[in-house]
Design a protein around this ligand. Structure first.
Ligand SMILES: Cc1cc2nc3c(=O)[nH]c(=O)nc-3n(C[C@H](O)[C@H](O)[C@H](O)COP(=O)(O)O)c2cc1C
Length: 209
């Protein structure tokens, strides 16, 4: 499927039909999310993939009882790092060195722009980490559409309660946004037939050519 056709096909699915999506499609979507770009390539987030029905039942009331939470095949929880730590940044630099040939001078240069981030206020780093998580969400949404898998991006949940349930604090994480993956319930999702509502291209884009 071409990208525009796929994005026309997708919609924020309100009802899913409790069927499992093929494992290889789930893996493709996760691979796409893993390939999402992030500022300096840090990927300062962790994504939980939840398929356990009992756990989904517990999450539903935390997410305004949105039925799609328990009807989906998998729920992704995008959790941003609460802050940056020296340990995480050193791990990131090590990862680069394990994949690429990095000269001493290049390593020093990388350190000079990565390490000063530690001096930023924690909240500033957290906001930056959240922004990166949303890019990954966007890639996940597009990948799901291209795979013909339905999805719902969701902010309608109580972050504090979800963090408690998943014990995110002890891992230095805070939940930001959810993404359900599954198959639409054709009979019961009233949104299926609705047209897309989008601002006019002429208003959305200002071309300065
Ligand atoms: C970050 C984000 C959070 C959203 N939260 C919810 C949500 O909690 N529940 C829901 O049903 N839809 C949610 N939506 C879906 C939007 O309402 C939907 O994407 C928008 O109206 C455009 O419609 P479409 O995605 O069907 O084209 C969210 C979308 C985004 C991008």
């Amino acid at each position: 499927m071409k990208i525009i056709e796929a994005l026309q096909w997708r919609y924020a699915t309100k009802r899913m039909n409790n069927t499992k999506i093929p494992q290889e499609k789930l893996e493709t979507i996760l691979d796409a999310i893993a390939l999402a770009p992030s500022s300096i390539g840090l990927q300062p987030y962790t994504i939980f993939v939840i398929e356990d029905k009992e756990l989904l039942q517990k999450i539903k009331p935390i997410a305004s009882n949105q039925t799609v939470i328990t009807e989906c095949s998998a729920l992704l929880v995008f959790a941003a790092w609460e802050n940056l730590t020296e340990e995480k940044l050193v791990e990131y630099l090590k990862l680069i060195k394990s994949v690429r040939t990095v000269s001493e001078a290049e390593e020093q240069k990388m350190k000079s722009y990565v390490m000063p981030q530690l001096k930023n206020p924690a909240e500033q780093n957290f906001v930056w980490n959240c922004k990166q998580a949303y890019i990954a969400l966007g890639i996940g949404l597009a990948a799901a559409a291209l795979e013909h898998i339905d999805s719902t991006p969701m902010e309608g949940f109580d972050k504090t309660q979800l963090d408690e349930l998943l014990e995110l604090k002890k891992h230095g994480l805070r939940s930001q946004v959810l993404l359900t993956l599954g198959n639409r319930d054709e009979a019961n999702d009233t949104l299926i037939k609705e047209k897309k509502v989008r601002r006019e291209k002429e208003k959305l884009f200002i071309r300065l050519a």
